[in-house]
Design a protein. Structure first.
Lengths: 115, 113
């Protein structure tokens, strides 16, 4: 089974620029998550989708972050404008919560550096 | 919301020794407790999980125990090997929050040959 695909692997941008990350989950996984992992910390949830609907975006800084999951498959996370504190690894994960499977399959992440 | 605390933050053991990592959680509604292993440059990988209706689960050299009353759970790795060196994360979730997992801050395990 193919894993969760993420791109790009690395991105360096200047503050106030914009950036977008892409994720393709495990085929058939209805639930998709974006997590932010700051160095030395555990992943923190940004947004959770069930199919193409948002389940939880309470921790998403909506003044600068946006995400969408068109057609309930691929997802894109955008930051505009970026701040220095956005430097982190952005992890995408998927699961089959609808089938009672709460375990996540993570992608390799995108390491963002804002300078 | 849920809060998960994990300790120790770093753990160094000799090859062949056992390693234990402990986590506590705050939300009594949590009923699913996974453990993830993260190697350098990779995303976390699920290695074992336990549900609240079970007190212990084993898979070869790894085991997880759960004490619902005390709201804590632990990961046990026996006969450690250098390839066990990684960062380990515990997490907690419940079906009342749509399966969203809250993670601890991780334990860096180093197994010295």
């Amino acid at each position: 089974e193919a894993g969760v695909a993420q791109s790009p692997r690395y991105k360096i941008i200047e503050k106030r620029q914009s950036v977008a990350f892409w994720c393709n989950p495990i085929s058939g996984h209805a639930t998709l998550y974006w997590y932010q992992q700051i160095l030395g910390q555990g992943p923190k949830l940004l947004i959770q989708f069930q199919n193409n609907g948002v389940v939880d975006d309470s921790q998403l800084p909506k003044d600068r972050f946006s995400a969408e999951r068109l057609k309930g498959v691929d997802s894109t996370l955008k930051i505009q404008p970026a701040k220095l504190e956005d430097s982190a690894v952005y992890l995408c994960a998927s699961s089959s919560v609808d089938r009672g499977d709460y375990g996540y399959t993570f992608g390799s992440g995108t390491r963002l550096t804002v300078v | 919301g849920e809060n998960v605390e994990q300790h120790p933050s770093t753990l160094s053991v000799q090859e062949g020794d056992s390693a234990v990592i402990k986590c506590t959680y705050s939300d009594s509604a949590s009923n699913y407790f996974p453990w993830y292993k993260q190697e350098l440059g990779k995303g976390p990988q699920l290695i074992i999980d336990i549900r609240s209706n079970v007190g212990e689960k084993k898979d070869q050299r790894i085991a997880v125990t759960l004490n619902k009353t005390a709201k804590h759970f632990s990961l046990h790795i026996t006969e450690t090997q250098p390839e066990d060196s990684a960062v380990y994360f515990c997490a907690a979730s419940s079906n009342t929050n749509a399966g969203k997992s809250t993670f601890g801050d991780g334990t860096t395990l180093t197994v010295k040959p």
